[in-house]
Design a protein around this ligand. Sequence first.
Ligand code: TPP
Length: 324
Amino acid sequence: MIDRDVATPLLSDMIRVRLMEEKCAELYSAAKIRGFLHLYVGEEAVAAGSLRALEAEDAVVATYRDHAHALLRGIPMTNIMAEMFGKQEGCSRGRGGSMHLFDARTRFYGGNAIVGGGLPLAVGLALADAQLGRSRVTACYFGEGAVAEGAFHESMNLAALWHLPVLFCCENNYYAMGTEIAHEQAQTDMTEKAASYRIPALAADGMDVLACRAAAEEGAYHVRSGGGPFFLEFRTYRFRPHSMFDPELYRSKEEVEHAKERDPIRAFTERCVAAGALSEDDVADIRAAAEDEVTGAVAYAEAGTWEPVDDLTRDVLTPAEALR
Ligand SMILES: Cc1ncc(C[n+]2csc(CCOP(=O)(O)OP(=O)(O)O)c2C)c(N)n1
């Protein structure tokens, strides 16, 4: 059953992410945002649904496609946008950029640019929680491309062997840059990978925010109640190119247009209105609030400051200094 209390935050989360990222694309073209930029447009239901299943004390580890996770984990949009600009008011003090959003306060451990790089980190965070006797979940997001990495298999194995509280969240958008899943994986059902490590798994429709939330609630409950790791495969689709540099020669425009017919925001909006959970005016209010938030975030980033050159070597340590 969808009522107003269920509909409002989920729709708002997805719209905030969508509008923030569409603005980022625009700012990238205007050279206000530089470097790499990987957008999550089309995949919003996954982060919006699944992050709602977590508690404040849980940890989140994401990939370079991390804007949604950072925002919905609670990093203010102002600090995310300032980070995109490289300003020192950014959540990583302007040193990380789009791919390295980070905030220890919300237990958001990045923003990891190396494919598969977040997985061992998540296992380490979960190991610490287990050793300290804390009942917490570490949710680790990664693409299906990461499943081809050794780090994925090592992480799954150790998490299963040591019964660690990791919620593995595979965002299967069917493409790793220009490589379609069937060209790189002998087994394309990601839940089968979990079965080989005896990790229980569920697949969810990643275009349906309620399905994502329900699957994540089941997974998080299993992990939090001491059941060991759990694996979720969210079957989703990215509507935009891999990054701002991708000419997208590996898939047809028709395929992308067809996928857009299942736009998670439009689908959920229609469902909420049809169920009487939200009115058209409510939807317009949610959108207007998100637009205001984006405008405020861009103004904050524009007014932000550059780190002084004198600070160049701050936090840069030699190995000897780091060990001291
Ligand atoms: C170890 C490593 N190899 C290659 C790359 C280059 N690279 C960046 S993104 C990407 C594709 C990853 O696809 P997937 O894991 O499915 O995530 P998606 O981008 O689809 O969200 C690759 C190969 C990298 N960053 N790290």
